[in-house]
Design a binder for this molecule. Structure first.
Ligand code: GL7
Length: 797
């Protein structure tokens, strides 16, 4: 953008307010101020955005498209101001006209088009791609409702719709009706032989959806590069309006882009989900291929200009859909289409949990996407034929796409692409050795690792201005553009004035969080206590329950001996449970009732507090992460693919209490064993139990009185109002043999927690570890991660 002055900005801002709202600055609402600023930002970057588009077309740059069913950007105002290099200027200019930027920030709604780490990672990548100057664009769905809004009522999770999208649309998006395309679903298709011997698909009784793109600006950090995230919305095609005569018909179409993850416990819900996946994939690919076609290059070489990334299995239909477009719309022969498609496609696996690897009923495919169903059948047939006789038939049976009338989406993504990556070293190892080992036999060259990263600007400069100012003082401002300069802190670990400064910043951040807790929950948090935080989706493998068990133990210890010397602790939870995940919801209820029990028990003398913050989301994370002393990353080893909050906490100077799982291992490698607290079984120990079938939680329970007492607290009335949930948990731990090994890991966990309490008392030692963590956090920048994708997988830089 052009050089901007404060005066010019103020003039622009007032003029825009007049144009849009016919209002003077001092009368406008925060919402009006926010939208006005958003529009100005878009205006300022418009020329960069257009130039970017023209440059890609003119120079025929190879471009990557990141297909993801989830994006979780949170708020964009601060990121956009920062990346544009006008954060300070705008803050000051607004202050001059009595407008407080923080109020505008509050007015923005979180864009929560995702669940957790997977969607957040996609958004970190959207920030990093333009920042490293790479031509990389997102492709997803413009859901009207984001992930549900969580309220806690009587300790229970209640889910409310998250209507994040204002009726005027998001200020960051631009609707592009001229780029709309039609997507066909349902009906039937048969192949009619043509004179030249080719087969032409003839469709009958299809339903046509009109896919309209909204492009959301993605501004690179201080480099004038603007990419975009393309989100697709559905509209009724006027041409086919007779197909949708009743209001119910129309609503059903509109619903396609209503919700992220429609309830898929019914066949109708599953159909909706499948339509979403196809809708996003087909619309995206049609426009990508059309813009490639304009280059007048051979269709069979599209992989030289286009890379499509399949983020998790949801967009895996990109493989047959590209085949369809190339063959049916552009007349490319199967073998050529297949050769280029497999070079275009690449896939990231984000989990080892088998329930998360999508499988679809073939009947549903045949009904909703009949042509895709045909193509998948053919890909599968050719795959089996190609490998027959070369490898064990068992391997073919287990790696093929269609098995027992189910379509295995991961298999499709792996067979149909040239790259499969895991998201942390251990995770990639597990894919190779276990989860996808038979694919590794077939395609060893496809496998690679790309450890996750975080958009460090959001998680340091924006979320933690106090720490950022301190870093500027200590090592200069260079770290703001080159995060690796944080390593200069290594020289300062033991300087006591530096330690004190970091301590003060942390205490100020804790105070800010404490103020929020006071305001929202009316609980007083002592900021000299250790703030011990576990924020993430609620899932049994993440073991929030292990944390709870430890809190119960501390509670019991204090009740036994009210005079007990103990470093005060504040345990902070934030977690949404999937609406249909019963057990997870019971854990939420337990946490809330335990919190009620503990927080109002004056005999505990403020040594223990427990808070559950409702509606955990990106914005709340920006408040919580900088305030943490301890970061709980306690999943059963081998289960958490990577984790990314672990990286955010580290960058903000929390000590990680962790199992050797996911990226925790790489954090340990970065800071050294002394600067992280590791406990529990490693992956080999966990796998040994799987192999030997020798785990017996009841035996541990029977033989260890401390554990028995803790576990019994779930059913002996210790925690009020949890009769049902307590029994459910007790059963999971004892009757059903504790699937995630909480009992086995408990003793070590509790010991390491005690060690942390002790350590925290020794400020110089604690602070040196804090600074060591910050100093080594630069390696988890998503700029670096995405550079790896861009170079090794997509070949775009
Ligand atoms: C996840 C993994 O569980 C998480 O460990 C990883 O950090 C993240 C991004 O790679 O992907 N997989 C998944 O399905 N969700 C995740 O957060 C929701």
């Amino acid at each position: 953008m052009e050089q901007l002055t404060k005066e010019q900005f103020i003039k622009d801002f007032k003029a825009q307010l007049h144009t849009d709202y016919l209002v003077d600055n001092n009368e406008a609402t925060a919402e009006e101020h926010f939208r006005t600023l958003g529009k100005l930002i878009k205006r300022y970057v418009m020329s960069d955005w257009l130039r970017r588009r023209d440059e890609i077309v003119k120079e025929q740059k190879k471009t990557a498209y990141y297909f993801s069913i989830e994006f979780l950007p949170g708020k964009m105002l601060q990121t956009n101001l920062l990346n544009l290099g006008i954060y300070d200027l705008v803050t000051e200019a607004l202050a001059d006209i009595n407008v407080d930027l923080t109020v505008l920030v509050e007015a923005e709604r979180d864009m929560a088009l995702g669940n957790g780490g997977l969607g957040r990672l996609a958004s970190c990548f959207m920030d990093s791609l333009p920042t490293i100057g790479a031509p990389g664009f997102g492709n997803g769905i413009r859901y009207k409702y984001g992930l549900f809004k969580q309220r806690i009522v009587n300790g229970y999770q209640v889910e409310l719709p998250d209507a994040w999208l204002p009726s005027e649309g998001s200020v960051w998006e631009t609707k592009k009706p001229h780029s709309a395309v039609d997507v066909k679903i349902y009906g039937s298709v048969y192949l009619a032989p043509q004179e030249d011997g080719a087969l032409k698909p003839i469709y009958e009784n299809v339903k046509t959806l009109h896919a309209v793109p909204y492009d959301v600006i993605q501004i690179g950090f201080n480099n004038g590069v603007v990419n975009n995230l393309r989100l697709w919305d559905v509209e009724l095609p006027e041409k086919y309006e007779l197909d949708y005569q009743t209001l119910a018909d129309r609503r059903r179409v509109e619903d396609i882009t209503s919700f992220l993850y429609p309830d898929d416990s019914s066949r109708d819900g599953q159909a909706m989900r499948l339509i979403q996946e196809y809708f996003m994939v087909s619309a995206g690919l049609q426009t990508i291929v059309a813009s490639y076609a304009k280059m007048q290059l051979p269709m069979a070489k599209i992989h030289e200009k286009v890379a499509v990334h399949i983020n998790d299995t949801h967009p895996a239909m990109a493989v047959p859909e590209l085949m369809r477009i190339l063959m049916d719309d552009y007349g490319v022969k199967w073998d050529d289409a297949w050769a280029t498609t497999t070079q275009v496609m690449s896939y990231t696996n984000h989990t080892v949990l088998s329930e998360a690897l999508e499988k679809w009923d073939t009947g549903l495919f045949k009904e909703i996407v009949p042509r895709i169903h045909q193509i998948i059948g053919e890909i599968d047939r050719k795959f089996v034929k190609e490998w027959a006789g070369k490898v064990d038939t068992g391997i073919i049976d287990r790696t093929r796409i269609v098995q027992n009338n189910q379509i295995h989406m991961a298999n499709l993504a792996i067979i149909g692409g040239h790259s499969v990556n895991g998201v942390a070293k251990l995770h990639t190892e597990l894919l190779i050795e276990d989860v996808l080992k038979e694919f590794y036999v077939l395609f060893p060259e496809k496998f690679n690792n790309k450890t996750n990263g975080i958009a460090q600007r959001r998680w340091s400069q924006i979320a933690n201005p106090g720490m950022s100012a301190l870093l500027d003082d200590l090592i200069g401002k260079g770290w703001r553009s080159n995060i690796h300069e944080l390593s200069e802190l290594e020289e300062l670990l033991t300087r006591s004035d530096v330690q004190t400064s970091f301590y003060q910043v942390k205490q100020a951040n804790k105070q800010k969080l404490a103020d929020y807790v006071k305001k929202t929950l009316d609980i007083d948090l002592p900021i000299d206590a250790i703030f011990d935080v576990q924020v993430k989706r609620l899932h049994a493998y993440k073991r929030q329950l292990l944390n709870v068990m430890h809190i119960i133990k501390l509670y019991q210890d204090l009740k036994d001996d009210p005079g007990l010397e103990m470093t005060p602790r504040v345990f902070i939870f934030g977690a949404k449970a999937a609406p249909g995940y019963h057990f997870a919801k019971s854990v939420i209820k337990i946490i809330n009732e335990l919190a009620n029990l503990i927080n109002y028990d004056t005999s505990l003398n403020d040594k223990l507090k427990v808070v559950f913050l409702e509606n955990y989301n990106v914005s709340l994370a920006e408040l919580i992460v900088p305030a943490a002393d301890v970061s709980e990353q306690i999943s059963t080893a081998g289960k958490e693919a990577s984790g990314t909050s672990n990286m955010k906490f580290m960058m903000n100077g929390a000590l990680t209490l962790a199992t050797l799982d996911g990226a925790n291992i790489e954090i340990k490698d970065a800071v050294g064993e002394d600067n992280i607290v590791i406990f529990g079984m490693d992956k080999d120990a966990v796998y040994a139990h799987y192999d030997k079938h020798d785990y017996n939680s009841r035996a541990i329970y029977d033989s260890d009185p401390t554990i028995k007492r803790v576990v019994d607290a779930f059913i002996d009335g210790t925690i009020p109002n949890t009769h049902y949930e307590g029994h459910e948990i007790w059963d999971a731990l004892i009757s059903y043999n504790d699937e995630y090994f909480l009992l086995e890991d408990f003793t070590d966990y509790a010991e390491k927690q005690a060690y942390i309490s002790e350590l925290y008392q020794d400020k110089p030692i604690w602070q040196a570890k804090v600074i060591k963590n910050i100093a080594n956090s630069g390696r988890f920048s998503s700029d670096d991660t995405i550079e790896g994708y861009a170079k090794d997988i997509w070949g775009i830089i």
